[in-house]
Design a protein around this ligand. Structure first.
Ligand code: FE2
Length: 407
């Protein structure tokens, strides 16, 4: 095909039979996926250039196309996992030149490649459209969005959550976007929180178990099991991977006090960066020690309070004043670290950035524990009962849930 368009052939549309790409996400035209039709396909040197009816065009390297063949020999028909091994392909060296491809055909909805070794690869045009190199494959997941002044969490009715996928999608989307969402008017039943969690994924266990009770108990090993107020914090920052998502389900709440409060750690970090860049740098560049100890455990990690991703955006907040361990820093950095920590804490305390609410029996709050801080006011256990049940979930399970719901 050194002539440039030796395989630029046009064929009439051959019907609606979709090509199975071993992919559960929607990609077929007309099923909520790309509506554009394939208009041309040109094999040239080591790539195939495709154009669609809406103007999109893209180049696909031959080696990429061969690697993504979805036939039963190249993808396991049950698991959909890749069987093709580029390392063992004798054709591989020839993908760099123009000899690997024997012929190319296409119609509005498919591309068929015949390789020099006789192997045939068929691609659905909508699937290729979604995966055009240089075009981002839409993630299906909402972008985390910092709270602005006046932010209020979305509320979803428990009946809508369990009853239809729309209510469930709305709840998951709000949690991924805002890091905080409410579920209202559920049953006051023990373990309802476990049923909700397990409808999404396995509960994430910690040294406090898979599912925990929040109420005042004798001889507590954790401040949450007392009646004292809890300053804003993230749970278990002393773990290498703290739990991602926390669910707190209210069963009883008639004691005086005990109001819950939340603050967006990512938004607070951005405010700190804007107002006190030096403090932001100190908290994001200085690992400190977090540690929990009781008779059977000593769980410790050294990480910064504000962890940044490769682009410099906050990825995780670790803030929990009562399990901060000895501050072990060089002498000339100790005062600067305390100043920065105080500045961040003051921003977190600002009323305009906080959400305060009183959980009602049958109400559940869910939040991103690695982004949103939570706390509660002291309550008086002599005025009534307060009982919450909680558990944790991995973010992977939440994202997976939304992708499955969108199929
Ligand atoms: Fe907590």
């Amino acid at each position: 095909m050194s002539s440039g368009n030796a395989f630029n052939e046009t064929h009439a549309h051959r019907g609606d039979q979709p090509i199975d790409m071993a992919e559960l996400r929607r990609y077929r035209q007309g099923a909520g996926a790309p509506a554009a039709e394939l208009e041309s396909a040109v094999g040239q040197a080591r790539r195939v250039t495709l154009s669609w009816s809406d103007g999109r065009s893209g180049q696909f390297p031959l080696m990429w196309l061969r690697d993504h063949c979805a036939c039963d020999q190249c993808r396991h028909p049950m698991t959909r996992e890749r069987l093709y091994k580029l390392l063992d392909d004798p054709l591989w060296e020839r993908f760099e030149g123009d000899e690997a491809l024997a012929s190319l055909e296409f119609d509005a909805r498919s591309l068929t490649l015949v390789w020099q070794d006789g192997h045939v690869s068929r691609f659905d045009a909508g699937w290729l459209y979604q995966r055009c190199p240089g075009e981002e494959l839409a993630t299906l997941l909402p972008t985390p969005t910092p709270w602005r002044a006046g932010f209020a969490p979305e509320h979803v009715e428990h009946a809508d959550f369990v009853g239809d996928s729309e209510g469930r999608s709305r709840w998951v989307s709000a949690l991924l976007r805002d890091g905080l969402v409410m579920l209202d008017r559920g049953p006051c039943e023990l373990e309802e929180v476990s049923r909700i969690a397990e409808s999404i994924g396995p509960m994430r266990s910690t040294n406090f178990g898979g599912r925990f009770d929040v109420r005042s108990v004798p001889n507590p090993n954790n401040a949450a099991y007392t009646a004292i107020g809890l300053e804003l914090h993230t749970d278990l920052p002393n773990w290498r991977q703290p739990p991602d998502i926390q669910l707190l389900y209210c069963l009883e709440n008639d004691a005086e006090g005990g109001e819950s409060s939340f603050a967006d750690g990512f938004a607070a970090a951005e405010i700190l960066r804007a107002e006190k860049p030096d403090a932001f740098r100190v908290l994001s560049e200085t690992p400190i020690d977090f540690r929990f100890q009781d008779d059977g455990h000593d769980i410790a990690v050294r990480e910064p309070v504000i962890d940044l991703d490769a682009e410099g955006r906050p990825r995780e907040i670790r803030f929990n004043n009562w399990i901060r361990d000895t501050l072990s820093l060089p002498l000339d950095r100790i005062e600067a670290w305390y100043d920065a920590y105080r500045a961040f804490w003051q921003i977190l305390r600002r009323p305009e950035g906080r959400v305060e609410l009183t959980l009602a029996p049958g109400q559940m709050v869910a939040f991103d524990n690695r982004r949103v801080l939570h706390g509660r006011n002291a309550f008086d256990p002599n005025t009534g009962k307060r009982h919450l049940q909680g558990t944790y979930l991995d973010l992977d399970m939440l994202q997976s849930h939304l992708r499955v719901l969108s199929r």
